[in-house]
Design a protein. Structure first.
Length: 408
């Protein structure tokens, strides 16, 4: 059960768990940035090309120049230009020149307008084409990301095995595959070690316990020997708890592959029933409302979370009039287990240290009858293995509020 250390010399850690950050509705991904880059470059090139074409066209039609001819006599009619009857030839030449220049300007304006519409249309096509091409170029990165998301502690056999040219992306995928292979070997070695340690450590402790119980059952044994036997038996029991806690902590670091429906309310009720005898001996009252909260996970490990938190709340409580409140519910699409209790005042800057193995608040690391210092570490590891988290908060007036949230 979690125990509490001397004040840490290092700077205090934050007591809150930020969890998974919420992603904004628009993420500036590499694909979006490449699309904007390619489309922007096309747009700038189109504007420059349009400006050059406009200047060349204006120079070709010679806007503002005089007519290359003069009208000396006769009459001219036009449906576009306004030539009043009886206009003198010199005045008529000025009107004709102005009319031609105006028509040239209209032609250039029409050319500019249609070119702008064409540029806008081509820009849309360029952005769409750039988005598609960026997605095609970055598809190996997407495969790497999907493989990384599927990789879990007990399923490291997946590989990307990217096909294609020997470029930077293939080099990245091959490096990732090599890293997964090394991790798989490391996790396999760890699991093998845990299995061997489970056998090698449990067997001698079980033999010691049996021998001590046999000697203690001897009615002719001296009182001094019985007292020594009880002390050794308690020490042996503590060692067994430590070994079981370490093995469970090692196993719970991985993701849970085989999941079954588990009701947190039932798990919490079983934990309360198991701790009820110890609570009655300490004068601690159980409270709380346990509503159904169904999750997918391992029932044994989830029960260990609830039992560790409940036992911790019972053992670290006030001498008289103490209580432990255990609640379960579904809130915001998640299953929630809340264990709160009365107890000593815990500084906020020391709460995060409680989740470290063998850490105790203002107590020695050994020699405590409240546990071996692994309870909260195991609870946090099991919660993470189920895709959830556990948060501890100081309760006003003393004690703690432990909140476990798990995906439904």
């Amino acid at each position: 059960m979690a125990t509490l250390p001397a004040p840490p010399t290092a700077p205090p850690k934050p007591t809150w768990d930020p969890g998974e950050p919420e992603r904004p509705w628009f993420r500036p991904t590499i694909r979006i940035r490449l699309t904007l880059l390619y489309g922007g470059m096309f747009l700038i090139a189109g504007i420059l090309l349009l400006s050059i074409i406009y200047l060349l066209a204006a120079q070709a039609v010679q806007v503002g120049s005089q007519l290359p001819f003069k009208i000396v006599s006769g009459s001219v009619t036009s449906d576009v230009c306004n030539f009043p009857a009886g206009t003198p030839p010199d005045k008529f030449n000025v009107l004709a020149n102005d009319c031609v220049n105006e028509q040239r300007q209209h032609a250039l304006d029409e050319l500019l307008t249609r070119s702008l519409f064409a540029l806008v249309g081509l820009s849309v096509i360029a952005f769409a084409f750039g988005y598609a091409m960026a997605g095609r170029v970055l598809s190996p990165l997407g495969e790497i990301t999907r493989t990384a998301r599927r990789v879990v502690g007990s399923d490291l056999s997946r590989r990307i095995e990217l096909d294609g040219p020997d470029d930077e992306l293939k080099e990245l995928a091959d490096t990732f595959d090599e890293m997964l292979e090394r991790l798989e070997r490391a996790f396999t070695a760890q699991q093998r070690f845990v299995g061997n340690a489970s056998h090698e450590l449990r067997t001698p402790l079980a033999i010691n316990r049996t021998l001590l119980e046999v000697h203690l059952s001897d009615p002719g044994a001296p009182d001094e020997l019985k007292q020594l036997g009880k002390t050794l038996l308690a020490t042996n029991e503590r060692s067994e708890q430590l070994v079981e806690g370490l093995l469970l902590l090692a196993r719970s670091e991985n993701q849970i592959v085989e999941r079954k429906p588990v009701d947190l309310a039932e798990v919490a009720t079983r934990a309360v029933d198991q701790a009820r005898g110890e609570a009655e001996a300490k004068g601690v009252e159980f409270r709380g409302r346990r509503a159904p909260a169904l999750v997918q996970g391992n029932g044994v490990l989830l029960e260990r979370i609830a039992l560790n938190l409940v036992q911790n709340a019972v053992r670290y409580n006030v001498a008289e009039g103490g209580w432990v409140e255990v609640d379960t519910e579904i809130a915001h699409g998640q299953a929630v287990l809340v264990v709160s209790n009365t107890g000593p005042v815990v500084p906020a800057y020391e709460i995060d240290n409680l989740f470290e193995p063998f850490r105790r608040l203002r107590q020695e690391r050994t020699g405590s009858d409240k546990g071996v210092g692994l309870g909260l570490s195991i609870a946090r590891s099991v919660a993470r293995a189920h895709g959830g988290r556990i948060i501890a908060e100081p309760r006003e007036g003393g004690g703690l509020v432990m909140r476990v949230t798990l995906p439904v």
